[in-house]
Design a protein around this ligand. Structure first.
Ligand code: NCD
Length: 306
């Protein structure tokens, strides 16, 4: 198992053993996060965010600083040379000289693959188009493991924008490593792409549903996602689907007492605020875990941890 200088492009690049190793390393980061350490002293992470972000970028930056490293980067293309017409590859070829790793977020699928082809430093895919968001999937797995003490033998429902949600795609793929039963719940127009569905069905039991009512009493983990407005080619199509589902007290009436609700955030209106106070809500714990998991990823990729 070698993580040093490795690109993190897709969750599919990792074996189950490697994923479990990252989860174990994340756990060792929890106490370190409160004290801080200097194992990455002198190392620089560049965060190149061509798309908006709050959690991903800030948790990568916080993770780097907790480990004694520093960060450079941009989160607004208006202020980068992209604005002057610089192409993406030239930006990568420039930044690789200043940083030991690059966390990249981009609206185009394939951007992380292209960057990795050109860069001599590791690329960490921090969300590319509707395609993948592998570090979020690791956070999701870590949270499930921590909150339910297991991943195997759970019934997991993913609800929302299964078509455009990159966190959905990475998590679905990640879950095929475990003995879980998956329910994919969405309006017809937001169903997961056929190729991902086929690939997933060949590994674990999957049931597609248009609503949650019939299955909610059996579910252990409910993973909610927002409708990805920015990825709709036609705003009218988004307007039609907006508000198609909402988790509130009524939805949860028949849910197991220990069912947990996760959400990669940001939430728009798909989880009623009243749910935040219930023992089901674990999405803010999930956000907190982002720091530990990203500390583990940086520590492994930059060679401070084996
Ligand atoms: C997600 C993303 O960027 O894909 N955000 C995140 O990193 N937690 C989810 C989203 O934008 O809906």
């Amino acid at each position: 198992m070698e993580f040093h200088n490795r690109n993190i492009i897709s969750i599919q690049d990792f074996t189950k053993e490697e994923i479990n190793h990252i989860l174990k390393t994340s756990q060792t980061m929890e106490p370190i996060a409160s004290t801080g350490t200097d194992t990455l002293k002198g190392k620089i992470l560049a965060t190149l965010f061509f798309e908006p972000s709050t959690r991903t970028r800030l948790s990568f930056e916080a993770a780097m600083q907790k480990l004694g490293g520093t960060t450079i980067g941009f989160n607004d293309v208006e202020t980068a040379s992209t604005k002057k017409g610089e192409n993406f590859v030239d930006t990568i070829r420039t930044v690789e000289n200043y940083a030991d790793a690059i966390a990249l977020r981009h609206c185009l699928e394939g951007a992380a693959v292209v960057a990795a082809e050109y860069a001599k430093v590791p690329i960490i895919n921090s969300g590319t188009g509707a395609q993948e968001h592998p570090t979020q999937a690791l956070i999701d797995l870590y949270t499930i493991q921590k909150e339910k003490n297991q991943i195997d033998n759970l019934k997991i429902a993913i609800i929302g924008d299964l078509r455009y949600g990159r966190t959905v795609h990475s998590l679905t793929r990640a879950l095929t490593n475990y003995n879980v039963e998956l329910f994919l719940v969405s309006p017809e127009a937001l169903r997961i792409q056929e190729n991902i569905l086929k690939e997933t069905k060949s590994k674990i039991p999957v049931t597609e549903k248009q609503n949650l009512d019939e299955i909610i009493p059996n579910i252990d983990v409910l993973y909610v996602t927002r409708i990805q407005r920015e990825r709709f080619p036609d705003p009218a199509e988004y307007a039609k689907l907006k508000g198609a589902y909402r988790i509130d007290q009524k939805t949860l009436k028949t849910a197991k007492k220990d069912m947990i609700i996760l959400h990669p955030l940001p939430r728009v209106d798909e989880i009623a605020p009243e749910i935040d106070q219930t023992p089901h809500a674990r999405y803010f714990q999930q956000v907190g875990n982002g720091l530990f998991v990203r500390m583990a990823i940086l520590s492994l990729v930059l060679g401070a941890t084996k």
